[in-house]
Design a protein around this ligand. Structure first.
Ligand code: ZN
Length: 349
């Protein structure tokens, strides 16, 4: 059993006022816990447990417009923090110094499609990826720009993935394209390029908030794409081999911008954790020579050097096979992961 947190942006143009109001009530409960706890500490050098605080705050939920389990969750979080930081008094929460936060437990909310219902109010969110599993608990939370999100902590339903018996090698490109050994191409729009102009304009004008928004947008788009593609890969293949793209080396070249835009490291870590969950095998291999080696005969007859990156199609001088550069590289990565070595002499004449 595994818990995963999914985060969705709430369409808060009209609903933020409700969330803001409830966040104020949450702060009230938190500060109350802080007050009574510190009072007890001053008098008796003892602090309250979550259980004590639950008793002290019982019955206030309705009046504050919160679910009773939200009040419990606040008390529990408060007690946890005092223990964790060994403090009898924590920071006060206020509208100005704390980001909005409204915790809840599963029975306090109803999640349906792209909506979450809490305390009789319906909050719509952008369903950026499907919710697969059972909601255990979660929270509404605000980011530094004041936007509201809903965090859902999900217990993965063990759905038993069906074996596909398919293996694949992936060549992670320098730009925004990854090629699979079966010829499929995963391509994403070049976000750095797309927002380059907008970003430059905002930076020149000194619009800090706008710059921040654009950066956040790029980050989110990249993350969503990574999620979507890695989910597809672990669904479709039982065995996945990827190259160890050495981005540090490439960052020194003039490809630097493309390499950091590609962001393959987060792609790879997502792939790895999703694979573990589903029992899919992911292997990372040294990808040196994967581009120049012919995947049919094993001779290094391909185009060499960074300057030859333009060449996408080539024919092996040794065995006459015509190759797509990246598909050939992906095939080599798959072969190498499985320890298969191609030798000219082993080919049938
Ligand atoms: Zn060849």
């Amino acid at each position: 059993m595994q818990l995963t947190t999914l985060q969705y942006r709430i369409k808060d143009e009209n609903t933020a006022k409700h969330l803001n109001k409830m966040a104020g009530a949450v702060n009230f409960v938190w500060n109350y816990c802080n007050e009574v706890n510190y009072d007890r500490w001053r008098k008796f050098r003892k602090t309250y447990t979550a259980f004590d605080l639950n008793k002290k705050t019982a019955g206030c939920a309705k009046e504050l417009g919160l679910h009773s389990q939200t009040v419990q969750a606040i008390a529990e979080e408060y007690a946890k923090c005092t223990k964790q930081f060994s403090k009898a008094k924590l920071s006060w929460r206020s509208k100005n110094r704390s980001l909005g936060w409204i915790p809840f437990k599963a029975s306090g909310v109803k999640v349906q499609g792209d909506t979450v219902k809490y305390q009789g109010k319906t909050f719509r969110f952008w369903l950026s990826r499907p919710i697969e599993g059972i909601v255990r608990f979660g929270s509404f939370a605000q980011n530094s720009k004041g936007n509201w999100y809903v965090n859902l902590v999900i217990e993965d339903a063990d759905r038993g993935r069906l074996k596909t018996c398919r293996k694949v090698g992936i060549d992670l490109g320098l730009k925004t394209i990854a090629s699979l050994s079966d010829g499929t191409e995963l391509s994403r729009e070049n976000l750095t390029k797309k927002y380059e102009h907008k970003l430059a304009v905002a930076q020149r004008a000194g619009k800090k908030k706008q710059v921040k928004t654009i950066h956040a947008k790029i980050k989110n788009k990249r993350k969503d794409w990574n999620h979507k593609k890695t989910t597809e890969l672990v669904r479709d293949y039982d065995y996945i081999a990827v190259g160890n793209v050495s981005s540090s080396k490439l960052k020194k070249t003039r490809m630097a911008k493309s390499v950091s835009d590609a962001g393959w490291s987060s792609f790879k870590s997502m792939l790895a954790y999703k694979a573990v969950k589903l029992g899919v095998e992911v292997k990372e291999v040294n990808e040196s020579f994967s581009t120049v080696t012919c995947s049919t005969c094993g001779e290094r007859t391909g185009p060499k050097g960074l300057s030859n990156l333009r060449i996408r199609e080539w024919i092996c001088l040794s065995c006459n096979t015509s190759h797509h550069r990246d598909v050939n590289a992906a095939t080599n990565i798959l072969l190498s992961a499985q320890g298969i070595v191609r030798r000219r002499e082993s080919l049938p004449l």
